[in-house]
Design a protein around this ligand. Structure first.
Ligand code: WTA
Length: 650
């Protein structure tokens, strides 16, 4: 396990419980333990009946499905025979009633500019942009890369793709040119949608320049659409690059949603696995839409007049599922903010909560730890009394941070939903229901209806109470269908460990005597840096691509703000590793992958500690990176003296 160390100790002694207030339960979408248990049991015993009814009631179908579920994991197909459209689900069906002129997106840019798009206006823009895509030759099934700042046009672009059945592949704006090229090539993208730049902590992120560099190595891309956000200088390549606003001038807003099969691919989203090559997680239309629609309604307890804010970037799965598809499908008003939480000062988020009277606030533990560090004076300056529900996602939350969130932000009256899920699961899997589940700080509590998890040992035997590996024993509609272009890897990564019987999440977890789940962290070579997944192998391959690096091993270590930091042990071909050389290596990784992968520590290693058979002993490196005494057996180490040398380089 990658170093859950401190958190395990603190959660093991955690026994506080926070039941929802009776007022909250009385108004909640799911309001009693009995209702939850009935739903959960029905979904477990009769998944077809459970999901089939929900799909009929909550999705709009152009053509009804014949079968709810077909086939065993990992090849389960959902709602076959049905036809629908995700953009229709998020937009058109709201236009016939009072939601037509309701705010769909309340957007604020980092410099303080604001825009509000009603459902009708958003529909209008999406239809126009879908026509732009068609005019550029984009067809149903084509892959489209989106690399944009957090502006409404990002949501418009994704919904326009969905409208014509093009498959979007969104790349987080913090990724580098090389990462863009890799993803373009893997998905064989035909078109890229980007912007001149975006604002982040007062600086302009040069998105178009990154795309230009990436396109030198992306032969499949034919056209680029550029949205003008910052007004910064960009180079436009004739017959390849087009301005968004010019294209939008020339199209009308009549664009019926294409009637797509339930299993039509909706999007690809790349995420890190335990090898160097990112995995193109593929989600399909009906199952994903049903999953995000229902889980957001259950977990965030949406009400018609709620203002909901998820602070994630749409470049990650959280933004896909819980800024765009889930909230819009429910007709909710969703706040979208472009910039950093500490710009112009550390009170920015709380200023926005007060200004827009946010009721539901969903963020990440890494952000909460930063808020704590910045000090209570920032939230205390603002009126946060509109908040009624808080959420977290992305990594285990340490109980201290949970308590701070509960007291300082939630004023001890807001339930906290600690939601465990993954890019692959498409939607929330384990989470409190805010009107039902007594919460325990640090635990994501219990499975949602339709989710049947288990903790098993290495052989797949169930662990009733205690620690082990987290698996899913039944398929669910919003699970990934494949890794794009590599179905074999999909089966291998998620299903081979237990011979196809279970979906293996890659996380270690513990079950307590109340049946609560406590997720401890990854058990593979995946790091969780500020709630984002990075593979140690990805960083290692970036390092060895540097001329002066002979060998590299990368491990995580506990980091106060990021949860996990990146420590690189590097053997150089020449030189002794001056500070300037270390800095160069950090910048090299940053350039190859992106800012999120910037190493926190580079340690120069004359050699890496290996077993006699040549395997790098990562366990030892993790101890050294964390500044701990090396635990366990070192007798298999080839050169025992090496550890002292590694410790010296700090
Ligand atoms: C971790 C993010 C503990 C976990 C939605 C998982 C969590 C990985 C939690 C997925 C949580 C996510 N408690 N750990 N509430 N939520 N994780 O694909 O290790 O970016 O496997 O999806 O984040 O990260 P991903």
């Amino acid at each position: 396990m990658n170093d859950p160390g401190k958190n395990i100790e603190s959660v093991l002694t955690e026994n506080r419980q926070f039941p929802p207030s009776s007022e909250f339960s009385a108004q909640a979408n799911i309001g009693s333990e009995q209702q939850y248990m009935e739903m959960w049991t029905k979904a477990k015993d009769d998944p077809s009946g459970f999901w089939g009814e929900l799909a009929k009631e909550n999705l709009d179908w152009f053509q009804d499905f014949d079968t709810v579920m077909e086939g065993d994991m990992p090849e389960t197909k959902w709602f076959t025979g049905g036809k629908l459209n995700a953009s229709y689900q998020c937009l058109d069906r709201h236009l016939v009633g009072p939601r037509k002129n309701k705010a769909a997106i309340i957007w604020e840019g980092e410099p303080g500019d604001q825009r509000i798009l009603t459902y009708q206006q958003l529909h209008h823009e999406v239809c126009k942009f879908a026509n732009v895509l068609k005019n550029l030759g984009c067809e149903t099934g084509d892959r489209v890369t989106i690399y944009m700042p957090m502006v409404p046009e990002l949501a418009i672009a994704m919904l326009a793709c969905a409208r014509i059945g093009a498959v979007h592949s969104i790349i987080f704006g913090g990724f580098s040119a090389d990462a863009i090229a890799d993803r373009n090539n893997d998905a064989e993208s035909k078109l890229v949608i980007t912007a001149d730049g975006g604002w982040r902590r007062g600086k302009e992120i040069p998105l178009k320049a990154n795309v230009d560099a990436g396109l030198e190595k992306s032969p499949t891309v034919e056209k680029v659409v550029v949205y003008r956000r910052t007004g910064g200088d960009v180079t436009m390549t004739p017959d390849r690059d087009y301005w968004w606003h010019e294209l939008m001038d020339d199209v009308d807003a009549d664009c019926p949603a294409v009637e797509l099969d339930s299993e039509h691919p909706l999007f690809i989203l790349y995420t890190s696995g335990s090898t160097g090559k990112p995995k193109g997680v593929l989600h399909t239309t009906a199952g994903y839409m049903l999953g995000t629609t229902m889980t957001s309604r259950w977990v965030f307890d949406y009400k018609e007049d709620d203002t909901y804010w998820c602070t994630a970037d749409i470049g990650w799965i959280t933004g896909h599922s819980y800024i765009t598809y889930g909230p819009l499908s429910n007709g909710v008003t969703s706040v979208m903010y472009e910039g950093g939480p500490n710009w112009p000062d550390e009170g920015r988020f709380w200023q926005l909560v007060e200004k827009y009277q946010v009721n539901i606030f969903y963020t990440a533990p890494t952000a909460i730890r930063a808020f704590i560090k910045w000090g209570d004076q920032f939230p205390n300056q603002y009126d946060l009394s509109s908040l009624r529900l808080l959420g977290t996602v992305g990594e285990p939350i340490n109980p201290e941070a949970w308590m701070w969130y509960h007291k300082v932000i939630g004023n001890e009256k807001c339930p906290i939903v600690d939601t465990w899920w993954q890019t692959e699961t498409g939607g929330i899997m384990l989470s409190p229901l805010p009107g039902v589940t007594p919460t325990k700080p640090g635990s994501c509590t219990k499975p949602l209806p339709g989710v049947v998890p288990a903790i098993v040992d290495e052989e797949g035997n169930p662990v009733e109470e205690g620690g082990g590996l987290l698996v899913m024993t039944q398929p669910w509609p919003h699970m990934l269908r494949t890794l794009y272009g590599d179905h074999e890897r999909f089966v291998d990564v998620y299903f081979s460990k237990f011979n196809g019987k279970y979906y293996f999440a890659g996380d270690g977890a513990r079950l307590d005597s109340d049946g609560y789940y406590w997720v401890m962290g990854r058990v593979d070579d995946v790091l969780n840096v500020s709630g984002h997944r990075l593979s140690t192998m990805e960083v290692e391959s970036a390092l060895v691509a540097h001329d002066n690096v002979a060998e590299a091993a990368v491990v995580g270590f506990p980091h106060e703000l990021k949860g996990e930091g990146i420590c690189c042990f590097v053997t150089l071909k020449s030189g002794d590793g001056s500070d300037a050389e270390k800095e160069e290596l950090k910048q090299h990784v940053r350039k190859q992958i992106g800012a999120i992968a910037t190493p926190d520590k580079i340690k120069i290693a004359p050699q890496l500690p290996k077993t006699r058979s040549g395997k790098i002993m990562r366990r030892l490196l993790r101890d050294i990176a964390a500044g701990r005494d090396v635990s366990g057996d070192v007798t298999t180490l080839e050169d025992a003296g090496i550890l002292d040398k590694l410790r010296e380089d700090d």
